[in-house]
Design a protein around this ligand. Structure first.
Ligand SMILES: Cc1ncc(COP(=O)(O)O)c(C=O)c1O
Length: 448
């Protein structure tokens, strides 16, 4: 089998023809065809009819092994009985009320008990909203204005966060050790960029210098402990610990965005690093596949109701169906479940990395636990320490071929090399991803 982008895309378009047609039709009413910019998978998104366990069924009737899992939300897989039963049992009671319900409290308790740095939690409907709340809480508690974020860091659709997600180093992004904010969307006002400081990944010395220069007006640093939507980059433990110390020394709150990384460990990825952030943002798995976001942290930061200091509200915040699904999901994700899922993840990473090293293919897998990123680089043994490395050395054509060919062969990854595993997967499913990856790489690099 020899692979090139044109033929792979052609086969993709043939296999998912009905989705292509529907995308075009949907464009009549929804700009671009979908409400999530991130859904487009090359020529068009793949429309789905239903999901069951580890698989989705497309409108063409194809069964795909789902390694996307709704941008990593579905840690249990699709239609998991624990979640489905919990929400169908509740549904006849009505869907939403202008009154609190007890299960919101129950989910909050689960999160506070699991995440050591979290004493109090407030809910919203999405990770994006929770990130926006987190920076408001940081500003309110420090009396400062600016927010620092990392190049390649993703925190949802807030203006502050859509800077330097994928900065083009050759153009406006400035030197690697002093990055400049670059908007990743039209419509971001100049005054937002003026209040955002952009930090380089895995470069503690530069971060300390930049933060020290801006300390008098910087309220918080927001970071993922392993990036996702910006491409999967792992952080050195020394870097993360150093940043915790620097922010503490400078009176800047450290906001850890665990919207994805909560799936890495029972006590959150912060427990793997052994750090205690000031604020933690959560989302995705805490809603069990339904929309939910949350910010947590020490009690002293949450002077909301008592002093009426920080406004936090939303019609559907802590929605009953989402919190009920979240409880079912989090309770199912006990320590044993995390171990099973993470063992699958480390098998994929170890086996593919060893195999690619041996073959001297320019490919590696990054990440921890059940959320991983595969990368096709310019040369063997290349490893990425930052999103700039990724943007400079990634072989974009081959990354695309890999993703489309996966879909052609019945596996659905996220577009930018991310994969997220689910508890519904079996050993056979993991074998299938590993073997298909090898086949595609052999076809690309000629040793088949
Ligand atoms: C780390 C991180 N933070 C925040 C968000 C935004 O969450 P949502 O899409 O629920 O608004 C995402 C979404 O992918 C994310 O990956």
């Amino acid at each position: 089998m020899s692979l090139n982008l044109d033929t792979v895309v052609e086969r993709f378009c043939e296999k998912f023809e009905a989705s292509g047609n529907l995308s075009e039709k949907a464009g009549a009413y929804i700009p671009g065809g979908y409400s999530r910019s991130s859904l487009t998978f090359g020529p068009h998104a793949i429309f789905v009819e239903r999901g069951e366990g580890a698989y989705i069924q497309t409108i063409e009737g194809h069964q795909l092994l789902d390694l996307h899992n709704c941008f990593s939300c579905n840690i249990l897989g699709h239609n998991h009985p624990a979640v489905t039963e919990a929400i169908t049992e509740f549904a006849p009671n009505g869907f939403c009320f202008g009154n609190p319900m007890e299960h919101e409290h129950k989910l909050a308790k689960i999160l506070c008990e699991r995440i050591e740095s979290v004493e109090k939690v407030i809910f919203s409907c999405s990770g994006s909203e929770a990130c926006l709340s987190a920076i408001r809480i940081a500003r309110a508690n420090t009396g400062k204005n600016k927010i620092a974020k990392f190049e390649g860091g993703y925190h949802g659709l807030g203006d502050e966060f859509l800077l330097s997600l994928h900065p083009d180093p050759a153009l406006l992004a400035g030197p690697a050790d002093r990055p400049l904010p670059v908007a990743n969307s039209a419509g971001i006002p100049n005054y937002t960029a003026a209040n955002v400081i952009v930090l380089p990944q895995n470069d503690l010395e530069s971060c300390e210098r930049i933060l020290t220069e801006n300390a008098s007006d910087t309220a918080g640093v927001i970071m993922e402990l392993q990036t996702g939507a910006g491409g999967v980059i792992d952080f050195d433990p020394d870097f993360v610990h150093g940043l915790r110390d620097v922010t503490q020394k400078l009176g800047i709150l450290l906001i850890v965005d665990e919207v994805i990384t909560l799936r890495a460990a029972f006590n959150g990825m912060q427990s793997l690093f052994g750090i205690l952030p000031d604020l933690t943002v959560m989302g995705k798995i805490i809603g069990g596949g339904l929309p939910l976001g949350a910010v947590g942290g020490q009690e002293k930061y949450f002077r909301m109701h008592d002093e009426h200091l920080i406004y936090h509200s939303g019609t559907n915040h802590g929605h009953p169906l989402s919190t009920i699904a979240g409880i079912a999901c989090m309770e199912t994700m006990n320590k044993k479940a995390y171990k099973k899922l993470n063992d699958f993840g480390s098998r994929i990473k170890t086996e593919l990395n060893e195999w690619a090293d041996e073959k001297q293919y320019p490919f590696f897998v990054n990440g921890t636990g059940s959320h991983l990123g595969y990368e096709i680089t310019d040369e063997p043994n290349r490893k990425y320490k930052s999103c700039r490395d990724m943007m400079t050395f990634s072989n974009e054509d081959n990354m695309q071929i890999f993703a489309f060919e996966m879909a052609n062969q019945g596996i659905f990854p996220m577009y930018r090399g991310q994969i997220a595993l689910s508890m519904s997967m079996s050993k056979k499913d993991i074998d299938s991803f590993i073997n298909t990856s090898k086949e595609i790489l052999d076809a690309l690099y000629g040793n088949s």
